[in-house]
Ligand binder design. Structure first.
Ligand code: MG
Length: 285
């Protein structure tokens, strides 16, 4: 094992049972599904990026146009936070339905195309900003960063050395921030300070083409990848790979007990029952 570590070879811990049933199709015939989030109303919402809509699980339209929303999350008040490709911004939907733009530019330059988002319990919003939805000549920022929006609204770049920052999540104690680097084929972990700054960036695990990720109540990281949803223990060791019929792009825990993982995968939406509930369940906890 020491030799493997020294050589930088990824190795897995013993396989663990993390699901309790098969991966089941829920709905299909979308264009490209992303951004699943379990709403306070007790239903799932998710983005169809090219369709310019946010759907609910019964295929009714939650929002149109969605400004080509991608990653979605809730803040502590249950308000929807959206990464929007079309507007190149991060928005919040107020309780009266009005939209507030939280971030669209940094130091006078437009954001690239905010991709995915997580909100800490104090209201700090962390999001990734790869350039997937813009042409090279449209890119104004000189880097592809990870940003924090403080509760007072101040935007700061907390990491600038990513290739393609993508999925983002927090450990149960909110002291570790996880960020997927899709083209780097790994997930990075950072020590996260109260002020939203990060330090001690390191490779948490190697993953082929990681995209969206979520964390469960045991601190296991569920990361969508080219070969399914990879599940890592808090040490970053692979314990399971959940195969999905289409390439998965994101996932979210849902249902009343938080033990169903919903997976957005290209034209489809899938689900699988899990051993451990996701963070944030029961809602409001
Ligand atoms: Mg993504």
């Amino acid at each position: 094992m020491i030799a493997a570590l020294c050589m930088g070879i990824a190795f897995a811990a013993a396989a663990e049972t993390v699901t309790t049933g098969p991966v089941e199709p829920v709905a299909d015939k979308f264009l490209f599904t992303e951004g699943p989030v379990w709403l306070p109303s007790g239903e799932l919402a998710f983005s169809d990026i090219p369709k310019n809509r946010i759907y609910k699980i019964d295929k009714t339209v939650f929002r149109e146009p969605s400004n080509n929303s991608n990653g979605l999350a809730l803040d502590p008040q249950g308000r929807l936070i959206a990464c929007e490709h079309g507007s190149r911004s991060v928005t919040r939907t107020e309780t009266d339905g009005k939209m507030t733009t939280l971030a669209s530019a940094f130091e006078g330059k437009k954001l690239n195309s905010p991709n995915d988002v997580i909100v800490r319990s104090d209201g700090t919003i962390f999001f990734t900003d790869p350039p997937y939805a813009i042409k090279k000549e449209q890119q104004e920022l000189a880097f592809q960063g990870v940003f924090a929006i403080a509760p007072d609204g101040k935007l700061s770049a907390i990491a600038r050395d990513f290739n393609k920052p993508n999925g983002i999540g927090l450990s149960p104690d909110e002291k570790t921030l996880y960020v997927a680097d899709t083209e780097g084929n790994h997930v990075r972990a950072f020590d996260l300070a109260k002020d939203g700054s990060v330090s001690n960036g390191r490779v948490f695990c190697e993953v082929p083409g990681p995209d969206g990720l979520k964390v469960d109540q045991k601190g296991y990281v569920w990361c969508t990848a080219k070969d399914g949803v990879r599940v890592m223990n808090p040490k970053g060791e692979l314990v399971s790979t959940v195969a999905v019929p289409q390439q998965s792009a994101n996932c979210a825990f849902g249902d009343a007990d938080g033990k169903t993982l919903y997976i957005t995968a290209r034209t489809g939406l899938y689900k699988v029952r899990c051993v451990t509930p996701g963070l944030g369940f029961p809602p409001g906890k």
